[in-house]
Design a protein around this ligand. Structure first.
Ligand code: PSV
Ligand code: MN
Length: 394
């Protein structure tokens, strides 16, 4: 492929690339061992929208922000008008709505699969209100992370909990409007460590099938066992028309919430290749980031995330899939692998930079963030509100 053809292909791919940022990635969050407070972190929903808007302005690829209901809309659907006003003001739309059925004290032994009917009803009411919120702010997706499970063998009926979970998800599905989707996220561990009610993609898929046609599976890249072949899961879900979206992040050990591609960029490339290989069925798949940076500056890390995702997307777009298919059919292993890896090793940065310039975006978004003084100004305005032991970023 000559340079002109490369440029054309990458420009087209980048024009269609969008990734959603999580509101919680802009605020001070921590690990379960502690928080290192950043003076520039967002302290309100307005500041989260302002930060997301700034990342979108710099990268041109992050026009929506995922909202977490309890953290962002503490008064539930009553907060929807304020959310819409902020979206208007900062030029980023509300994206997926994330109910929170893991934080309240009642959920110690579970939410929608808690043995107490009263607690199950409370969790279901929250999920249904999340659908109402999505309707009120024009969001298409309700992303459900059901954290339920148990930590010791024999302490809960796994089978009973399957039924309770199915029942609740069915009711949420029934409340969706025709344009909405329910995305079912899975995770094999944490906060429970013996079993989780939606432990892997097979369970999420079964729940989604059972719930109805608007239910799809959400793949969080940090929610797998070591060594699991995530791109194969992606290929299967695409094949079945059941891939709803991603929560992107990277990990070395568990659900580490590290910056996308910081540990294993080849894995992101392989996932993107599967998506680009099945463009038709991948059309509605939502790309979302689920990262909270405890050490890196939050704005810098989010810009770095979007830029990295764009660069790897460009590299995956370059794979000559027709030529690859010929080599695969001939079982010409080394040539096929070299073609595939050739695109992975290709330095996309100069062409991505050209694309940015052609689209009126800063050629180097990280440098532009630095030059803008945005983070210093945020620190000045928010510092007092973020004050606490160990503030580590100025
Ligand atoms: C859980 O680990 C998770 O991946 C879910 O998506 C939550 O909504 C998110 O992280 C934030 O806690
Ligand atoms: Mn997630």
């Amino acid at each position: 492929m000559n340079n002109e053809a490369q440029r054309e292909r990458v420009f087209k791919a980048l024009d269609g690339f969008r990734i959603e940022l999580p509101s919680w990635g802009f605020a001070n969050t921590g690990t379960r061992f502690g928080k290192f407070l950043q003076t520039a972190a967002a302290t309100s929903l307005e500041e989260k929208f302002a930060d997301a808007g700034q990342v979108n302005r710099l990268t041109g690829a992050a026009p929506t922000v995922a909202l977490h209901v309890l953290w962002d809309l503490p008064n539930g659907v009553k907060d929807a008008p304020a959310v819409k006003a902020l979206a208007e003001k900062y030029g980023v739309r509300p994206g997926s709505i994330n109910p929170n059925i893991f934080q309240d004290q009642e959920y110690k032994y579970g939410s929608i699969a808690n043995p107490s009917a009263e607690i199950r009803a409370k969790a279901l009411a929250h999920l249904l209100e999340s659908v109402e919120i999505a309707t009120a702010v024009n969001s298409a997706d309700i992303s459900i992370w059901d954290a339920d499970g148990s930590s010791y063998p024999g302490t809960q009926s796994i089978r009973r909990r399957i039924e309770w979970t199915e029942e609740a998800l069915g009711k949420v599905h029934a409340a969706l409007s025709p344009a909405q989707r329910m995305l079912v996220e899975y995770k094999p561990f944490e906060p429970f460590f013996y079993h989780t009610d939606i432990g892997d993609w097979g369970m999420a898929l079964a729940y989604a099938y059972k719930a109805g046609p608007q239910a799809k599976v959400l793949v969080d890249t940090g929610h797998h066992y070591q060594g699991q072949n995530i791109e194969q899961i992606v290929a299967w879900l695409l094949h079945l028309g059941m891939l709803g979206g991603f929560h992107f992040n990277d990990r070395r050990y568990a659900d580490d919430d590290l910056t996308i591609a910081s540990i294993d960029p080849y894995q992101v490339f392989r996932i993107f290749h599967e998506i680009l290989s099945d463009a038709e069925r991948a059309a509605g798949v939502a790309f979302m980031v689920d990262q909270s940076h405890n050490l890196k500056g939050k704005m810098e890390a989010m810009v770095q995330t979007v830029v990295t995702a764009q660069e790897i997307w460009a590299r995956a777009a370059l794979v000559d899939r027709e030529a690859l298919a010929v080599l695969q059919n001939k079982c010409d292993l080394v040539s096929a692998e070299e073609l595939f890896r050739g695109s992975f090793f290709w330095d996309a940065r100069p062409v991505v930079r050209e694309w940015r310039e052609a689209r009126g975006l800063p050629a180097d978004p990280l440098a532009a963030l630095k030059a803008s003084g945005y983070v210093e100004e945020a620190a000045r305005q928010r510092g007092a509100r973020n004050a606490g032991s160990g503030a580590s970023y100025a």
